[in-house]
Design a protein around this ligand. Structure first.
Ligand SMILES: [Zn+2]
Length: 144
């Protein structure tokens, strides 16, 4: 469990099964790998022990941290419906626009003509009426 990079989960919106990266930040293994890389680079550049290798080590750490964070951020978005949970927390309207765009693209793509339809959440008639009368977005954010 500790060393498994990916884990299974379901999309919060379309309920399709997917795999995400749990790791948000670098681990001891990444620090060790950066250390090894900086030692190798140190001997490649200066052929001896050199204090400048510390700078190389810090740069390696920064690169791996950025890489792990970008990988996590990209994997969190659902590939099927385009739902982005992090964007939803910050800006539900923007997240909904993104999902709409992705679903429109999916509708136009002939690849998905015979594919299993997505299990999208349905809104009952009274709920959509309440949505239309109440101020925008309030009911949605409360029901989810
Ligand atoms: Zn989804």
């Amino acid at each position: 469990m500790l060393f498994k990079a990916k884990s299974n989960c379901y999309c919060a919106f379309c309920k399709s099964p997917r795999r995400i990266y749990r790791k948000k930040n670098i681990s001891v293994m990444n620090i060790f790998a950066s250390l090894m890389a900086s030692v190798v680079l140190m001997f490649a550049i200066w052929q001896e022990f050199d204090p400048r290798a510390i700078i190389v080590f810090v740069i390696c750490l920064a690169i791996s941290e950025v890489f792990v964070q970008i990988r996590w951020r990209l994997a969190v978005v659902c590939r099927t419906c385009g739902f982005d949970p992090i964007l939803y927390v910050k800006d539900p309207e923007a997240a909904s626009a993104k999902v709409k765009l992705q679903l429109d693209l999916r509708k136009q793509d002939p690849k998905y003509l015979l594919a299993k339809p997505l299990n999208l959440p349905a809104i009952s008639a009274e709920k959509s009426k309440a949505l239309a009368t109440k101020e925008k977005g309030r009911l949605v954010s409360r029901s989810i």
